[in-house]
Design a protein around this ligand. Sequence first.
Ligand code: ATP
Ligand code: MG
Length: 139
Amino acid sequence: MERIVITHSPDETEEVGVGLASHVRDGDVVALVGELGAGKTTFVKGLARGLFVKDVILSPSFLLARSYPGRLPFHHLDAYRITSPHELSEVGLLELLPPADGVTAVEWADRIPDLIPRGAIWVTLEHAGEDRRRITLRR
Ligand SMILES: Nc1ncnc2c1ncn2[C@@H]1O[C@H](COP(=O)(O)OP(=O)(O)OP(=O)(O)O)[C@@H](O)[C@H]1O
Ligand SMILES: [Mg+2]
């Protein structure tokens, strides 16, 4: 499955995330790819909202990961500073990848491709103008 959507505002990108939430299952990984400011965290906010996560989703950039309760446990991981799988296991984050309970969203997933399971949902965000983004969803 592949779907391409063009959004024209952060709100629209969030809504695409909300829409994906009704398709994810327990154990799914949502692997996000896109340069700085592409809208990965914006998308994750919508995904979390769609999973009935009540907390405010913050960028996990400085903490690497956060977990939230929701329809399913929701884990938000940032691989920006991860340079090796070894590093991920050192900080105890491997537990957030399958067979973890719940749904795990990984920003900068292309930095840890070997750790992203087959069957993950890949979401690529690209700049397509100042407030415009091209979002490609692929399972
Ligand atoms: N159509 C759009 N979709 C998403 N974000 C948009 C859009 N248009 C403009 N923006 C802006 O782009 C920025 C996206 O920021 P966001 O934190 O979601 O990106 P990111 O990919 O997570 O970046 P980082 O790699 O720094 O974590 C925000 O400032 C947002 O207002
Ligand atoms: Mg981000």
